[in-house]
Design a binder for this molecule. Structure first.
Ligand SMILES: Nc1ncnc2c1ncn2[C@@H]1O[C@H](COP(=O)(O)OP(=O)(O)OP(=O)(O)O)[C@@H](O)[C@H]1O
Length: 283
């Protein structure tokens, strides 16, 4: 396991994060959640940047304070609220990174920046938000880290730049033993990219599922009051009252398709699953 968080807890005023999460080698794992759900707090916990009230984090099988310099070099990080000094150009950043990371591939970084149309000689402070975001991600990816932690890397990017970034992450995974933890507000980005997804709400992981299962087996039922009262609710996760009766989320839509074909059903996007898990009433 490249990263393991076991029952970690952190309280800030009336916000409490309580979560467990694992990253398998070869997996891209996504963390989705609304504003203020605790995504950045989870990322900071993974990096040992905040002290935890409870629980344990291991990276490459070791607690954070036992990581060697080599282990730390094996981690690439992008945090939502940090970046390079505005006075640096991409060429300066390449030199800084080369000094920090033994395996930093300066030529690859410059090549990638060029390919994505970034100005090599412009200072970061004069770049657009999207350009800054791309520089951060490309720098984090250019030192052959086994574990890449990307907090909202697509924030501020337009559709084309997002697609390009997602392709770069896929390419990054090619060696096979790497792992990425990524968060985004845009669930469609994560559903195309990630092997498994964690959904966080109000500090708690409310769902963890492989993306294929989420997209293949989950679904929504629109049941009238009468259909609902007669329904076998074994595979219903939550319900939401609607004018026609109940909107229901199931993790086994095939069961209801076979047994209750008269009920209106739909596949449900990741966004709809998220909305139901957050706004719906658990059964
Ligand atoms: N250092 C801190 N001191 C006090 N409260 C904090 C601190 N850091 C985070 N919080 C609170 O913890 C909660 C979770 O914040 P966090 O930044 O982890 O959410 P997020 O899911 O990343 O949100 P967003 O999507 O808006 O970036 C919020 O209520 C936030 O105000």
């Amino acid at each position: 396991m490249l990263l393991k968080m076991e029952n970690i807890q952190k309280t800030y005023g009336d916000f409490t994060m309580n979560c467990s999460l694992e990253l398998q080698p070869g997996y891209i794992t996504g963390l989705i959640g609304p504003n203020g759900a605790g995504k950045t707090t989870v990322f900071k916990s993974a990096l040992g940047l905040i002290s935890l009230d409870q629980g344990a984090v291991t990276v490459f099988g070791k607690p954070f304070d036992q990581l060697s310099l080599k282990d730390k070099q094996d981690m690439g990080v992008v945090l939502a609220d940090s970046g390079f000094s505005g006075y640096l150009t991409i060429q300066d950043i390449a030199r800084v990174m080369k000094n920090l990371y033994q395996l930093f591939d300066q030529d690859l970084f410059i090549k990638k920046c060029r390919e994505s149309g970034l100005p090599l000689k412009k200072r970061v402070k004069d770049m657009s938000a999207g350009m800054k975001a791309r520089v951060k991600v490309l720098a984090a990816m250019s030192h052959e880290a086994r574990l890449l932690i990307l907090d909202e890397p697509t924030a501020g990017l337009d559709v084309l730049a997002r697609e390009e970034l997602l392709d770069t992450i896929r390419e990054y995974m090619e060696p096979g033993d790497r792992s990425v933890l990524i968060s985004s507000h845009i669930s469609t980005d994560l559903e195309q990219l990630c092997d498994d997804l964690y959904l966080i709400d109000n500090g708690t992981i409310v769902l963890h599922e492989e993306t294929d299962v989420l997209l293949g087996s989950y679904g929504l039922l629109k049941a009238t009051e009468e259909q609902y009262s007669e329904l076998d609710k074994s595979y219903i996760l939550c319900r939401k009252k609607e004018a026609y009766g109940y909107r229901l989320l199931t993790d086994k839509i095939s069961y209801y398709r076979e047994n209750k074909p008269e009920i209106v059903m739909e596949k449900g996007s990741v966004d709809e699953v998220i909305t139901m898990m957050i706004r719906g009433e658990r059964l």
